[in-house]
Ligand binder design. Structure first.
Ligand code: VGL
Ligand code: ZN
Length: 209
């Protein structure tokens, strides 16, 4: 694929807590790093996201007495998965993996910092209305197509891809540059939504040639 000046490469949540040994480790999470680093070289414009929760965040099971990680609860904005404490602001777990090449990134969007709202998508929080600011950046910079990679395919990458496509952007998810949590059919469900919304799946070799 030819990369255009209106393309943005968005690298999602490649943080220690989502890599093996982390608090919410995604299987093979660290394996995306060399692929993403290679891809970054092919783009002029790169942006990063970081899951960035305050202590006691409402997506943490520990904030809800009697609840366990990976259970579902009802919050003011609807259903919310509960997670182990992860990506707490300023901790090692919240830091970007040190193997990730970040020099090219012009902006890092942090999300999930409102105590009562989770944010899987890099564009809107889980109430589906609070913006993160990334939409403004994308519009101001004139990007039309977003290539996405990172963690996790079925949560933060997936929700970001669906929101971007809803914002009339062309979206390409680079499958081998992502890894999934895959819980209760979540990966299959997100692929079905990609298909329905026209989110394109590619592999890194389609871009790197
Ligand atoms: C994520 C669950 C909770 C992700 C973030 O980055 O996919 N998943 N917080
Ligand atoms: Zn999170």
């Amino acid at each position: 694929m030819k990369i255009l000046p209106t393309d943005l490469f968005l690298i999602i949540d490649v943080q220690n807590d989502f890599c093996p040994g982390g608090a919410l480790a995604v299987q093979g999470g660290n394996e995306v790093i060399p692929v993403i680093n290679q891809l970054s070289e092919h783009f002029d414009d790169v942006a990063l996201t970081q899951d960035w929760h305050p202590v006691g965040h409402s997506s943490f099971a520990s904030a809800h007495p009697g609840k366990s990680p990976f259970e579902m609860i009802e919050l003011s904005y609807g259903q919310q998965n509960l997670w182990p404490d992860h990506c707490v602001q300023g901790t090692f777990g919240a830091a970007l993996h040190m193997g990730l090449e970040t020099d090219k990134a012009a902006i890092t969007i942090r999300k999930g910092f409102h105590p009562g709202i989770d944010s899987y998508s890099a564009f809107f929080e889980n109430d589906q209305e609070t913006p993160t600011g990334l939409m403004g950046y994308v519009h101001d910079r004139g990007f039309k197509r977003i290539f996405m990679a990172g963690l996790a395919t079925d949560y933060c990458v997936g929700f970001s891809a669906l929101d971007a496509s809803q914002l009339d952007l062309d979206v390409v998810v680079i499958q081998d540059a992502c890894r999934a949590i895959n819980m209760g059919g979540s990966l299959e469900a997100i692929y079905e939504q990609f298909e329905a919304q026209g989110v394109v799946l590619k592999n890194s070799k389609d871009i790197l040639g």
